[in-house]
Each structure stands twice: as C-alpha cells, then as structure tokens.
Design a binder for this molecule. Structure first.
Ligand SMILES: [Zn+2]
Ligand SMILES: [Zn+2]
Length: 370
C-alpha cells in the first residue's frame, strides 16, 4: 500500500514526508495505523549515521496506533485494538528465552540492521528498499510490526500520545530503577541528567520508595520539574563546585545507587564517587571510552558499575505497569511530553535537540489540540 512516511535519505538531512510503499504484514506481524510516535536520541543518532542503520530509512521507534490488519497466525490482536510498540527482539536466543529480551543476542541486527526478524524490510520507494528501524519505522501513517513487539492498551481513556513515548526512553529510565536496581525502600539514589530518561528514573524511584532522590542537571526549568515529579533534592551542576561532596552531605555519607543518563565521562565518574561503600552505579547514556581505576574507584569499596539496555524491560509486562501508574497519577509522564503535528517533525527534532521539548512526540492522528 502507498503511505506517507518521513524519509531520511542521507546523513544529517532533514526528514522529508513522502509517499512510500509498505508491504502487507507477514505471518506473526500486524499492520498498525500510527497515531503518534515519540522522538528519542537514537533517532537523531541514526539520522547522523552514528548507528549502523543503512540510509535511506524510515526512522521512529516509539510508535503507537490502532491495529488495521493482522498477519497469519496472530491471535493476540484484532482490527481496532489500540497498541504501543517497543524494541524488537528475536524471541529464540537464550536471553530471550530467559526473559532478558532487551539483551537479545540479535538486538543490534534487528533494531539497527534495517530489517525485521526475517531479514527483510516491508518498506520501499520507487523500487528501492528503505531501511526499517527498531522493527517498526513509526514516523509514518502506517507500520508493519512484529506482534511480539506490540503491547495492547486495554484502557480506552489513555491517549495514544502518552503510550507512544513509553516504548523506549521512558522505559529505559523507569525500568533501570524498577526492573534492574529494585532499590529497597528508604535507600538513596542519584540521577545524573534530567532529560526524559533521567526524569523517568526519578518518577520510578519515588514509586520504589527511595527516601532520597537527587537529580543532577543544568537546566533550572527541568530541575524544578524534577522536584515536582519525585526528586527530593536537585543540584544545578552549573552552580555547584563540589557535586560529590554535596551528594555525600545530603545522603549522610554516600548514595546507595546512581544512574548516569548523560553519557559524559566526568559524570559517570562522579556517579561512582558519590556512592556509599557497596553502592551500585548504572550507566544508560552512550558514553565514549574512559578509564576507571579498578582498585581505587571500584573494588576497594565493593562498588558495582553496570550497563543496562532499555531498562531491562519485558515491554509486554512493563509498559502496562507504567500505564497503570500513569492512570493513578503516580507516574506523571504527561508533564514531560510536548506534541507536534507530523508535518512539524523537523521542528520537533530541533526542539528536542536544544532542550525546548523534554519529550517531543509527533502526532499523525486527528483531534488533538496543539
Ligand atoms: Zn533474542
Ligand atoms: Zn530510543
């Protein structure tokens, strides 16, 4: 079928909304009319060829919409179901079998390789294959997605514009706390970087019952919001000369956990130094190579440093949980979101890049207010 999609033709070029061809869903796949798609930094990385997705491509990996058609063998969904999407995984490697789908052994091939699980793309333009992204390519009117990567939204009152961004960045922040760290109540946690991922970690730390939740960031407006959604303390990195000392003062000797969402080596290091003995740091930001003194900075105080992908989530289990907390007002993700019409996708990226929008979401559906 002919659909409109935002095509990325070459490195660093703006998105062009053009007509492309989308094939029918194959066995195990569903065709979805897209309502909204969040913008994540990985889209920008792909637009600038910093990930191995061959261009031209249709990006977008935080889609949500309404099922239009199901492929052979799909029993979980029917036409009219409201769904969100998350990352793709193979479903048959050891990590998938043990419910560590975010660490699927084929994660990079399927999510960044331009194809779906069967090694082919459903998208083309004038006979030329277009790369798919994260098994969905949701910057489009329609997408073909593996049914395993779609999550049914049971509550009709929840806006699909809220469901969309849960598929990647928000899941990464919240899942790192709730699926990976699982902090005991009364513990302390520091979050470096108050973007979408950091804010989601802060909201999750409040759900987990952390007693001290410290947000470290450089934008006063974001720090104010961090306090509103769950942080007990914030530190403006531009106004504090001794961030580690300040964290130790607040926590009475050091934090139990820290999460780096910034990808800045200096903050990754501070995230280790601000911990109490036995503390755990998780790095979720894309960080360039850096050196760590294994004895002095890690071993001597029994500290741990880990990397976590996609919040160690099983999206079909975790996304409904986030939606339930959202419904109860305990996971106020709507406070992060700014909507743009699909036609304004380049503006949404610009605002996302310069921090005007914390979480930009483009909408393909009708009937919402700008
Ligand atoms: Zn797998
Ligand atoms: Zn993402």
């Amino acid at each position: 079928m002919k659909i409109k999609a935002a095509v990325t033709h070459a490195n660093a070029e703006p998105f062009q909304i053009e007509t492309v061809d989308l094939e029918e869903p194959k066995a195990g796949e569903i065709l979805v009319k897209i309502a909204a798609c969040g913008i994540c930094h990985t889209d920008e990385a792909a637009q600038h060829e910093q990930v191995p997705t061959p261009l031209p491509a249709v990006l977008g990996h935080e889609g949500a919409g309404i099922v239009e058609k199901v492929g052979e063998g799909v029993t979980e969904f029917k036409k009219g179901d409201r769904v969100g999407f998350s990352f793709a995984f193979c479903g048959h490697c050891d990590n998938c079998h043990t419910a560590h789908v975010a660490s699927c052994e084929h994660f990079n091939d399927i999510n960044f390789g331009g194809v779906l699980r069967d090694g082919t793309s459903r998208l083309s333009q004038n006979g030329e294959t277009l790369s798919m992204f994260f098994g969905q390519s949701a910057f489009a009117e329609y997408a073909v997605v593996d049914a395993d990567c779609a999550i049914k939204v049971e509550d009709d009152s929840i806006d699909l514009g809220i469901v969309a961004p849960l598929g990647c960045g928000i899941q990464t922040g919240a899942g790192t706390v709730l699926n990976f760290l699982k902090p005991e109540f009364g513990t302390s946690i520091v979050v470096f970087g108050c973007g979408t991922v950091g804010m989601s970690a802060i909201m999750a730390a409040r759900i987990a019952g952390c007693s001290k939740i410290i947000g470290v960031g450089g934008n006063e407006k974001s720090l104010k919001l961090a306090l509103e959604i769950g942080a007990t303390h914030v530190i403006n990195r531009k106004q504090c000369d001794d961030i580690v000392g300040e964290i130790k003062r607040i926590t009475g000797g050091g934090a139990n956990y820290s999460i780096d969402t910034s990808g800045v080596p200096d903050f990754v290091r501070k995230g280790l130094h601000c911990l109490a003995p036995m503390g755990v740091e998780v790095v979720v930001g894309i960080t360039p190579p850096m050196e760590i003194d294994m004895f002095g900075e890690l071993m001597a105080e029994g500290k741990t440093i880990s990397g976590v992908i996609e919040g160690a989530a099983v999206p079909k289990v975790f996304i409904p949980k986030m939606l339930e907390y959202y419904r109860q007002g305990r996971f106020p993700v709507d406070k992060l979101v700014k909507y743009y019409s699909f036609a304004d996708i380049n503006q949404a990226f610009a605002d996302s890049h310069n921090g005007t929008a914390l979480k930009a979401v483009v909408r393909m559906d009708e009937g919402w207010e700008k």
